[in-house]
Design a protein around this ligand. Sequence first.
Ligand code: PHB
Length: 382
Amino acid sequence: AGLATSAAAFHFPTPSIAQGAPLRVGFMLPYSGTFAKLGKFIDDGFRLYVEQQGGSLGGRRIEFVQVDDESKPETATDNMNRLVGREKVDLVVGTVHSGVAMAMVKVARDTNTPLIIPNAGANEATGPMCAPHIFRTSFSNWQVCQPMGKVMFDAGHRNVVTISWRYAAGDQMTDAFKEGFTKAGGKVVDHLALPFPEVEFQALITRIATLKPDAVFAFFAGGGAVKFVKDYAAAGLNKSIPLYGAGFLTDGTIPAQGADANGVKTTLHYADDLDNPVNKAFLSAFKAKTGEDGDIYAVQGYDAAALLAEGLKATKGDWSARAQALAAMRAAKIDSPRGPMSFNRAGNPVQDVYLREVRNGRNELVSIAGKAVDDPARGCRV
Ligand code: PHB
């Protein structure tokens, strides 16, 4: 796990708290492994927002420390303790993997360190483990998958197989889908799983061909999602058994999946062609900065910076007035590329969940699968 420090690219003097030391933001993200692109896009998205503000938020200069968490839960506590202890960061932004995020949430609670989760969906983070200094600018695993149950039932599917990695995100996303699908009247006939981050899908794909369900619901992401969608098509199953999933199955992955992704339908809190001016401006700025097409991960990083900006604006850059900053963040209404985003009492976004279909090399909006979907925050006592 490597560490690097860098000040934001540009900064201009501002009247408010220009006298103070820069606010130290610790990025704890996967910069290697199957989720490497996801981590990089979150980092790029966050920095883009800060650069657009001239390098300061609420008049406070921002500097960054990075740690590569490698999506490894077993080293997560040490990595987080290093940022909070030796690196003395003012807040942590991370991460992608739900298991790593759970360890981060525990340290954040024990050390009272503010944490913004820019991806990981672990339901507990904004459920039983919720706290006033813990936020998420992404989703809960429940939130993006439960609405797919009704969508697939309404499409005429009755018997569905679910497939995923066997870890918190895979378990919680397929459970949430099952909850929605069963409630609508459908049946999950089998759940197939393999250890994270393995990509030997062949035996499971053969099993799907044998079971012949009406459709499949999958959660994979990053490099694993690229390979699953390609293997599914190579087996010819995309012609006979429609593939659905959480939107991560096709987000940021289509350049590598190519035509094999065509027709895959997913639910997510974003679609590439959302017709709002914030999304259009974001996508063109992200392209100008990185040369790449933005995706949900870049949006979630961008919005993490937008959320921090709300806190720093409320205190004119003074992070020692933390209670006031955190309260302003909880009350924030952010005009995100995804559409309007506010926060529930547990710090999880309240947001629309879209049904998308891969067409023309992108995730195109089909319909709204859930309007202003709010995670129930089961077990949260704040
Ligand atoms: C998670 O582990 O929570 C996770 C990882 C990758 C995604 C989405 C969720 O794309």
